[in-house]
Ligand binder design. Structure first.
Ligand code: DSN
Length: 420
């Protein structure tokens, strides 16, 4: 095979971009990455993404393309599809969505008409923009009704969902979240949706890696459509995917192309195939088990330091700190900015019954996929919890910050990224 990658090419032709990319690599190396939706791909995934496949137009599907020269492209896309089917036990897979948002939009286009009712979880309760937020196309085109979480346990209110489903008679129920730390009973949601004549779409963007490893209930047997991203817990390239029952295969494929997208990103589809192969290996399950162990340890350590964790802990890769109890004077934004000054990267998040604006928010979302990918374990989670507490206690007193930042850089150096 020809070697297509010359590391010095970018430096020679565009030193500004070369420098920015290099600086970003140093940032990733020297920061503790706790954004729950981020991860570090393998070098093999990166290599596929940087390949000559980006040069190829391949509108259409395998064996039915609108362009010539697609014989190798078909091999790539077929491998991605077959591996995804094996990984999730899916009847039909479309690997062309450019993102999770594109995947969700295509499902809506496939089965809904403008004005139809969708029943979803709101962004404020942990859902996603594309699940009917008024400023997203899903909220503009469809009549959106929300279910919520219970006030006491902060778990999805399945009984409430059943009641609202019967009252509102949705055409589609969506389930899946960006900031929900507990397991989801997809079978129960599918029963509720089907019981009132609705279709159901599970969005597993966050937990796809856990599902693939058999560590979370797989929605594929129960739900009509399952969408995901491939770059979060799944640790692949930035992109999306749709799985569905065979009866919807044609409609879903048409909703992606020509419905909402043109040419597929074949370099990304190749990287998805690489990621699925990695996810089928036994070592991937060990990685996901460690991600879960790290998340529950991080939650327990923070609780031991008197921080409030929404729902009292976590079943998955993420947790939500509610700052209102321990640090009512600081917002999620203040906390995120202070942590960033010591090289700990997080994102602020709204919490149930939020009183601040989403831009300020009262919570911090923390996730363990990225730190686990670089090899950190439970003892590092204790160190990280102590550093977070120290920063939150001293948001407006930066005296301690340089020493903590040095500690973060030293810790990161013990767990190098695989890109040397
Ligand atoms: N932006 C992603 C996240 O951070 O969860 C969801 O799309």
């Amino acid at each position: 095979m020809k070697n297509f990658f010359h590391p010095e090419d970018l430096e020679r032709s565009d030193v500004e971009i070369f420098t920015a990319v290099g600086d970003e690599l140093i940032r990733q190396e020297q920061h503790i990455e706790l954004i729950a939706s981020e991860n570090f791909t393998s070098p093999a995934v990166l290599e596929a993404m940087g390949s000559v496949l980006t040069n190829k137009y391949a509108e259409g599907y395998s064996g039915r393309r609108y362009y010539g020269g697609c014989q190798h492209i078909d091999v790539v896309e077929n491998l991605a599809i077959e591996r995804a089917k094996m990984l999730f036990d899916a009847e039909h897979v479309n690997v062309q969505p450019h993102s999770g948002s594109q995947a969700n939009t295509a499902v809506y286009v496939a089965v809904l008409k403008p004005g139809d009712t969708i029943l979803t979880m709101s962004l404020e309760n942990g859902g996603h923009l594309t699940h009917g937020h008024p400023k997203n196309i899903s909220g503009m085109l469809y009549n959106v009704v929300h279910y919520g979480i219970t006030g006491d346990t902060c778990r999805i209110d399945y009984d409430g969902m059943l009641e609202i489903a019967h009252k509102s008679q949705p055409k589609l129920v969506t389930i899946g979240a960006s900031a929900y730390p507990r397991s989801i009973d997809f079978e129960r949601v599918a029963n509720i949706a089907h019981g009132c004549g609705a279709l159901v779409m599970a969005d597993i963007a966050h937990i796809a890696g856990l599902v693939a490893a058999g560590l979370h209930q797989n929605p594929v047997p129960f739900c009509d459509f399952v969408t995901t991203t491939t770059h979060k817990t799944l640790r692949g390239p930035r992109g999306g995917m749709i799985m569905c029952k065979q009866q919807f295969a044609k409609d879903i494929d048409a909703a992606i192309f020509p419905g909402t997208q043109g040419g597929p990103l074949m370099h990304i589809i190749a990287a998805k195939a690489v990621c699925f192969k990695e996810a089928l290996s036994p070592i991937f399950k060990k990685y996901q088990q460690q991600t879960l162990a790290n998340a529950s340890h991080l939650a327990a350590e923070l609780q031991a330091l008197q921080l409030s964790i929404i729902s009292g802990g976590t079943d998955n890769h993420l947790l939500l700190v509610d700052l209102r109890d321990s640090h009512p004077e600081i917002s999620g934004k203040d906390a995120q900015c202070a942590l960033e000054k010591v090289n700990i990267t997080t994102n602020r998040n709204t919490v149930p019954n939020e009183t601040r604006s989403p831009f300020q928010a009262s919570g911090l979302r923390l996730g363990t996929p990225a730190v686990t990918s670089r090899g950190m374990g439970v003892s590092e989670m204790k160190q990280i919890a102590n550093m977070i507490k120290l920063i939150l206690d001293n948001v407006s007193n930066e005296k301690e910050f340089p020493a903590i930042r040095e500690g973060v850089i030293e810790l990161c150096a013990e767990f190098p990224l695989p890109y040397a």
